[in-house]
Ligand binder design. Structure first.
Ligand SMILES: O=C(O)CCC(=O)C(=O)O
Length: 334
């Protein structure tokens, strides 16, 4: 370790212990207004993240780790995705989402393009992703040792058919979650191939994780918007953006308040990524009545009631509690 890194590590150890201490040097993304000293809030020290990485996450709300998932694992996720599209396997609870405008599909003719598989917790091949030790080691830096896999997705951004429906509006993932605290939730998102601006990589607004949960709704896009793709209302369009261009196997971890989205896929190929939202098993459910999350609560409850042929007694919390799976440590309150 360099001397500078050692000094930073000492400083961070100090920040971990002291409720009030020295603040990390501002970056170009921060304004120069004075803010009082704070301790590190968003990450734990488990000897994995370097001091620089911790400070980067604290300031920006995301961190990109190169080459974390092997080609072999990605190949097995890809094959399982294909088996699901061909209906060779039936996965209980899996939600197959299709783009509203894109007719061209992979593997199966005459169907709208699959844009996302959601809730693959009952598929042992895909769920393998959520238990990869190299991912969990990083997740633990943000959640602590007791870890629940709460939400799983394989995102398959189709080639856009000219209506821009392949875009994902800018949003905060916390809008979808009735559990807290937000700082003990983290998303891992792994590129299953090279992703860049052409095929619609992730776009993030660094530092927005330090803000609050904003109001979300369907954006008024001319070509229409895919189901459940809510967008954040009234964010600053001039906020600096970072396009996360990544190689196959690279993984980004990000905070659930970080405003992010993804652009149009302007290539002829499908852009795949696999992702899981993890939360500390110490997190607790909240009642979202009277909050900005009421609209998503209603939409999720309606979908769940139809899917499982249940009456409207199913609660927003239920829809999460039965999907969550313990992946490390002890299941506590989630
Ligand atoms: O992979 C993408 O294009 C964006 C995914 C995303 O942000 C989400 O599904 O919440």
């Amino acid at each position: 370790m360099s001397r500078a890194a050692e000094r930073l590590k000492l400083l961070i150890n100090h920040l971990d212990r002291q409720p009030a201490a020295i603040r990390a040097a501002p970056t170009s993304l921060q304004t120069h207004s004075y803010s009082p000293p704070q301790r590190l809030r968003y990450s734990f020290d488990n000897d994995l993240l370097t001091p620089e990485q911790r400070l980067f996450y604290e300031e920006n709300g995301f961190i990109l780790i190169k080459n974390l998932v092997s080609d072999k694992d990605i190949e097995s996720f890809r094959k399982e995705f294909e088996r699901i599209c061909r209906r060779e396997v039936e996965v209980p609870g899996l939600v197959v989402m299709r783009d509203l405008a894109i007719a061209k599909s992979e593997f199966v003719a005459d169907q709208k393009a699959v844009s996302k598989l959601q809730d693959f917790q009952e598929d042992p091949e895909l769920f393998q992703y959520c238990t990869l030790p190299q991912i969990l080691k990083y997740v633990e830096c943000f959640t602590g040792p007791n870890i629940m896999a709460m939400h799983t997705m394989l995102i398959n951004k189709p080639p856009d058919a000219g209506k821009k429906t392949s875009r994902h509006p800018m949003h905060q993932d916390l809008h979808y979650f009735p559990f807290r605290p937000a700082d003990r939730i983290v998303c891992s998102w792994t590129a299953m191939e090279k992703v860049n601006r052409q095929n619609g990589c992730l776009v993030v607004l660094p530092g927005t994780h330090t803000g609050t949960l904003q109001e979300h709704d369907y954006p008024e896009w001319e070509g229409g918007v895919n189901k459940m793709y809510h967008g954040v209302r009234g964010y600053d369009p001039k906020h600096p953006r970072v396009h996360l261009e990544m190689e196959k196997g690279d993984t980004v971890f990000f905070h659930p308040l970080l405003i992010h989205g993804s652009g149009m896929n302007q290539t002829q190929g499908f852009r795949k990524a696999i992702s899981c939202h993890y939360a500390s098993a110490d997190c607790y459910y909240i009642d979202v009545k009277g909050t900005t999350q009421e609209n998503i609560e209603k939409e999720v409850q309606d979908i769940a009631a139809k899917k499982y042929a249940l009456d409207d007694n199913i609660t927003f919390k239920d829809t999460w509690a039965f999907r969550g799976r313990l992946v490390q440590g002890e299941r506590i309150s989630l």
